[in-house]
Unconditional design. Structure first.
Length: 108
């Protein structure tokens, strides 16, 4: 009989085979699974944060100056700030899986 395998006998009949798994193997597989999940969560969080920061960046269309902290015209070149487009109303189907990425107050 191979190593790690034993047979369970009931009333003289072989009912089923039992296989033993070393504890070290279970520990290694558990650690590897935990590492993969952790890396996936960190990568997802970083990509969402990067998208949020890029979406918040508001450069001047003429000189590229960051206009997030200013109101009105660009303080570097004096170019007027472009008028933001009017947002269209969202459908109910769009709100079904909304994860609050558009709201700056939501910390995720």
């Amino acid at each position: 009989m191979p190593r790690g395998q034993s047979r369970v006998l009931v009333a003289g009949e072989i009912l089923y085979d039992v296989y033993e798994v070393p504890g070290e193997l279970l520990a290694i597989l558990s650690a590897a699974t935990l590492a993969v999940v952790t890396v996936a969560v960190i990568a997802t969080r970083r990509s969402r944060l990067k998208r949020r920061k890029l979406r918040a960046f508001d450069p001047c269309h003429r000189c590229g100056f960051d206009l997030r902290a200013t109101t009105g015209a660009c303080p570097e070149c004096g170019a007027p700030r472009p008028v933001p487009p009017v947002a269209k109303p969202r459908d109910a189907k769009d709100n079904l899986f909304d994860d609050f990425e558009d709201e700056p107050w939501h910390a995720s």
